[in-house]
Design a protein around this ligand. Structure first.
Ligand code: UCC
Length: 571
């Protein structure tokens, strides 16, 4: 039913329909000439007559678990222990929409700041974070966002459970998923090195559900010479101490979530004769506690400044001078190989964040399409808009399924049930997933913002932050090109076994899919793409390495798209 609302002659007249809450400007409609009849000295009409009555209904964040039928279907199909996991995710989804999302927003509008000195001039280098950021830490512990991966109560599916939970949390987390990624990576590295006694208590804190005990970890790998070529970039020196510990001296150029309790970092041990071991193998891995007293004071660290970043502003990222930081060595030499487990875990987390950003923007855009009208119809009734949403949905689903696949493989490896094929796939698909999902996140989130029109560009809607934060996903934890070269590295080091595993697995998956007649055209297209990929790989193997290097990105994209079930643009 249409309800007409009259306004003074200076303002347009709006019509509101009860069914849609939609308003349409009717410029031709004129209100009775009230203004002319009024005493010119009378007080102005109530303010609404000046601003208009229409307010656009905003998109609503509902329980992200219940709003995601694909996640539910995936878990129902694969998981044992379904009931416990479903209850956990449903309750967590409720918390996210009811309270956590608002904390995430608070982290964005109340970013961290550095207080370098106390009022009397003493250097304190205190990083002040918002109460919401601190609540995120407590929540992360009590919800077991790291712990689930180590308790393994779902056996080989524990990583899927953990990553599903992070998938729901990520876009509302105020970027707290970054310290969680590094915390998880650190726990994994420590565990894989056999939990040396010096870090045993730290390991238990990283994987604790007790907010009082829970610690987060940093991962300080990047120095001024750069963050991709870690071996050439690391100049930090480790001075042996009489008690067997070390003091670190160096300059870390990006340290994410610098308010962490501990960190893993790389350095070169200075020999008795002053020699410094060169190259990748000359790097050792160190454990250091960042705050060594109850007041949280730093020892052997000066915070030079907090970084001024495009996005991820919720999280403190700093430049640190290590000036005798007390540390323990956890691996002697082979530092890059020692942190390889961390790279795997943090790259999966990165991909969870990418898939989750896509899912969130699609959820909000879909909801908005039911509320917003233009040209006399709701957005959802415009075929072109619907097609745009559907294309975003496809990318979001593809990224989600690949994230779950790699998480499944990680879970199998960690519980000792992985076959050689699983292990090869995990090694190959981790960089493939990370590089592709990050790129797609930027594209999908950008498209998603457009579906809100100008409101998608307005800071106080919280939407632009999604795009800024997505942009980092293709940069940190290895850029697209570095990861494309990592794909070549793992192909070469496995003598092609990772690719063999890939072809075996994709053919098996296509075999299953071909039993469903409606999928026949898609299966045919993918089989064609797969065989073209096979021909390419064979031909490329006979060419000089520079040929493959140039093709590395296209190869990685093709691997991603075929595995996701989307025929590639380039093979
Ligand atoms: O970006 C950063 C900010 C942190 C924020 C984290 C938040 C993430 C989650 C967000 C959620 C919201 S910290 C900086 C990140 N930096 C990187 O990721 C480094 C990027 N660069 C690379 O990945 C390079 O490819 C390097 C550093 C790995 C290349 O080093 P090398 O020394 O040239 O590598 P090599 O010589 O090829 O490999 C050394 C050893 C080999 O083992 P061995 O000696 O046994 O043969 C390799 O097989 O390391 C092994 N290795 C690996 N193993 C190298 N890469 C891998 C790998 N990916 N997996 C397994």
């Amino acid at each position: 039913m249409a309800v007409g609302i009259m306004h003074g002659s200076l303002f347009p007249c709006y019509t509101q329909t009860q069914e849609t809450g939609v308003s349409a400007v009717q410029p031709g409609t004129s209100a009775p000439d009230e203004a002319a009849a009024r005493d010119p000295h009378a007080p102005p009409l109530f303010s609404r007559s000046r601003t208009g009555l229409f307010f656009q209904a905003q998109p609503q964040l509902k329980n992200p678990f219940l709003e995601d039928p694909l996640l539910g279907r995936y878990l129902r199909r694969h998981l044992p222990h379904q009931q416990a996991v479903f209850s956990d995710l449903q309750a967590f989804g409720e918390r996210i929409s009811d309270e956590v999302d608002a904390w995430g927003r608070e982290c964005e509008v109340n970013p961290p700041r550095l207080v370098p000195f106390d009022p009397w001039g003493r250097r304190v280098d205190h990083i002040v974070t918002s109460p919401a950021w601190q609540r995120m830490k407590e929540l992360s512990a009590s919800e077991g966002l790291v712990a689930i991966g180590y308790e393994r109560s779902c056996g080989e599916w524990s990583r899927v459970h953990q990553m599903s939970k992070l998938f729901l949390y990520s876009p509302s987390s105020g970027l707290f998923t970054c310290p969680l990624a590094m915390t998880d990576g650190a726990a994994k590295v420590i565990q894989s090195l056999g939990v040396p006694p010096a870090v045993d208590s730290a390991y238990r804190r990283l994987t604790s559900r007790d907010p009082e005990r829970f610690w987060t970890s940093g991962q300080w790998m990047t120095e001024r010479r750069g963050g991709s070529d870690v071996a050439a970039g690391t100049e930090t020196l480790a001075e042996p101490q009489p008690d067997g510990s070390y003091r670190l001296h160096g300059f870390k150029w990006f340290t994410s979530a610098t308010d962490a309790d501990m960190t893993l970092t790389l350095g070169r041990v200075v020999g008795r004769d002053g020699s410094i071991p060169p190259g990748s193998r000359g790097l050792s891995l160190f454990y250091a506690e960042v705050r060594r007293d109850p007041q949280g004071r730093l020892e052997g660290i000066e915070v030079q400044r907090l970084k001024d970043k495009l996005g991820t502003r919720q999280m403190p990222t700093a430049e640190l001078l290590l000036d005798g930081l007390p540390a323990h060595r956890v691996s002697e030499g082979r530092g890059v190989a020692s942190i390889a487990n961390m790279l795997t875990v943090t790259r999966i987390h990165n991909s969870v964040a990418a898939a989750a950003a896509m899912r969130r923007v699609v959820q909000l855009a879909r909801d908005y399409a039911t509320r917003r009208s233009a040209f006399g119809r709701r957005l959802q009734d415009h075929p072109l808009h619907l097609q745009t949403l559907a294309r975003m949905e496809v990318e979001a689903r593809a990224a989600f399924l690949l994230v779950m696949e790699v998480s499944r493989l990680l879970g199998r490896e960690e519980t000792g049930v992985a076959s050689p094929l699983d292990r090869h796939l995990l090694r190959l698909l981790t960089p493939v997933l990370k590089l592709y999902s990050a790129k797609q996140a930027v594209a999908v989130v950008s498209e998603g913002l457009e579906s809100f029109g100008g409101q998608g560009y307005m800071e106080d809607t919280g939407l632009p932050g999604l795009l800024r934060d997505a942009q980092v996903l293709s940069i940190w934890e290895g850029t697209t090109n570095v990861l494309s070269l990592d794909v070549l590295r793992c192909v070469a080091r496995s003598s092609g076994l990772v690719l063999q595993a890939y072809f075996t697995q994709t053919q098996a998956l296509l075999g299953h899919a071909s039993r469903l007649p409606p999928l026949a055209p898609a299966v045919g297209a993918l089989e064609g793409a797969l065989s073209a990929l096979g021909v390419f790989v064979e031909e490329a193997a006979a060419r000089p390495p520079s040929y493959l290097e140039l093709a590395a990105r296209d190869l990685a994209y093709s691997l991603a798209r075929i595995y996701m079930g989307q025929p590639p643009h380039v093979v």
